[in-house]
Every structure is written in C-alpha cells, then in structure tokens.
Design a binder for this molecule. Sequence first.
Ligand SMILES: *Cc1c(COP(=O)(O)O)cnc(C)c1O
Length: 369
Amino acid sequence: MSDKPVFVTQPYLPPLDEFLPYLEDIWATKVLTNGGAMHQQLEQALCEHLGVEHLALFNNGTIALLTALQSLRITGEVITTPYSFVATAHSLLWNGIKPVFVDIDPVTCNLDPDKIEAAITPQTTAIMPVHCYGNPCDTEAIQKIADIYNLKVIYDAAHAFGVEDGNGSILRHGDLSVLSFHATKVFNTFEGGAIVCPDAKTKERINHLKNFGFVDEVTVVAPGINGKMSEFNAALGLLQLKYIDAAISRRKTIDAMYRTALRDIKGISVFERPAHGKANYAYFPILVEPGFPADRDSVYEALKAQGIFSRRYFYPLISTFPMYRGMHSANPKNLPIATDIASKILCLPMYPALADADIHRVVNCLGNL
Ligand SMILES: *Cc1c(COP(=O)(O)O)cnc(C)c1O
C-alpha cells in the first residue's frame, strides 16, 4: 500500500511556533503548576467558550471523575452505562462504589431513562450517564428520576466538549459534568480534564480535593488526590482554544461527506443527529447491519489491511471485563441493546486533518466489500 495509514483519530496540534511564547512565559516566571497564571486564564477562557459559570481543571478526565464522585460523597450503588470507555465504571470502583449497568437507547447510545427506575435500590445514590459520541443524553428525563429518588447526577461528558442542546451548553445539566482533554478528544491539552460545577462553593471543595485536601499551608480537610493541571498543559489549552472553532467546522464537513457517501451503501447505517443545538462531530460511528456482505469484524480487518485503522468504540462492553462481568446487572440479558450495538459498531476515521481523499478511500473500501 502506498497510501499513508489513517487512524480513527489524530490529535489536533496548533502551529508549534505559536506555542513558544507560552513556554517563554513559563520559563520566565518559573511557575510550573499549582494554579498558575495559565491555569487561571484557561479556566476563565473555557468558561466563556463553553458558556458555563464554574469549571475546575484537572490533569486528566479519570481523576476528574474520581474527584467528582468524592466531592458529592457518593457511596453505595451508582447507575451507569456499559457502553462507554472503561474509565467511566473504573472511577466508581476506585471509590468503592458498585456500578449498576442499565441498557442504552438504540438511537443515541446513551443510558435509556425508561430503564433506570427498575435498577434503583435503597443503596443507589447517583446516576452517571455518558453523552456518548457527544450525543446529548435525555437530561430532562434523567433529572426527573433523580429528583423523585433524591439521586445525584454526574455526567461523564468526556465526548461532549462544546455540545449544546436547544437551550445552551449540555454541561450545565446534572450536579456535575466531567470533561476529558486527552489527546484523542475534540479539544486536547495532551492530557487533561475538567469538572463543570454549578457554584463557587462546589468548585472550592473540588479545588481542595484536587490538591491533596489542602485548604491552606497547615490544614488538610479531606483525603484529596493530586489532580492538578500543569502550566504546560494549560498553555496548550489556551493556544488550542484559538483553533477549536475551525477544527470543529472541518469535522462538520467530514461528517457531511461521510453521510452523503455512505447513503447508497446497503447494510451500513449511520446515527441521526439531534434536530436542535450544536454538535461537536467528535466521532463518526457506523453500524454494520446483517444486510451488509461482511460482518463488523471482517469490515474492521478489511479496512486495516488497507491501512485504515478504525476502532470498535465501544466493544467489548465495560460490563464484560473481568472486574464487572460477575455483577448481576452485567448479564448480557439485562443489556440487549448495548450488546447488539457493540457487535455492529465501528468508528471511522474522524479528525480535522483527515483529507477528502482519505474519506473517499474509507468509503470506497466499504463499498467494495
Ligand atoms: C476519554 C474518556 C475518559 C477518560 O478521560 P482521560 O482524560 O483519558 O482520563 C472517560 N470517559 C470517557 C467516556 C472517555 O471517552
């Protein structure tokens, strides 16, 4: 194959020379971490960009998830989705919380609100849904259940940077929302993350928890962790933010090209986007249906043979991993939709630098199977 390999994602990197002034600043001040100037600027810039009031930066999304659960003192059982990246459920186990898996909605791939109530027990304290692929959850239905049963809601919004529903940022829903700025995400700081919180008091508690529980030089109020984002990562974020609109706009074009080109391929289906709000085009998932000449794994291998590295997000389901599969709620009979989608799903290459020619290559490969 003479064509260069194409991966499911490629981190977006701004021009290197534009990063140098940030580094010079850091070298001059010698402030490397612990809430320095870049950190403060990025928190403010992100609040403005995302349309939220309070946000605490983290060194990665997983530690942010752990800390979000700690800050709300979540215990017992938490209802969550098996159809996500494994960090969602791992953050519960790290807090000694039992995940209870509930099936997903086949249209959005998000937790199905109609199935949540049946999974609530006296031990249930919270719901942790995921805005999968950046598709907004049914936040209204979830909040209604949370209000009736007095449960907290923590959104894993790792895929949902910049996503809006009809009324504004999707990140304003629930008690807390957690972002990831990992290299593979729509907005990256190499590694990084954030918790979006409703008020200054909550953010203050989160700030203590991400700094070992220190309140001042001599006072430790909680068994906190080291969740701090460094000045280097914050600087990357400040620069990246200048390019985010252009990056998402290119994603939108790629999304439209895929949709048009895949329309005539029988047995491949795509997910519809919500009619209202703003998408971030984080992923381009397809379903390889039984009507297609090859099954999903054969498609995955055929693409790979041509240097196109798609990914089966999310297969295997979290609930099938050894630390979860013995749980009652992990039984595939309890999760028929998630199990079915996990067997058909394939995420095609999607990133701003993806060339038109590569999109055609991917589509041609699918069309010739
Ligand atoms: C990426 C991701 C995480 C973890 O974020 P990190 O920043 O890599 O720790 C958590 N949940 C979901 C759904 C993710 O995609």
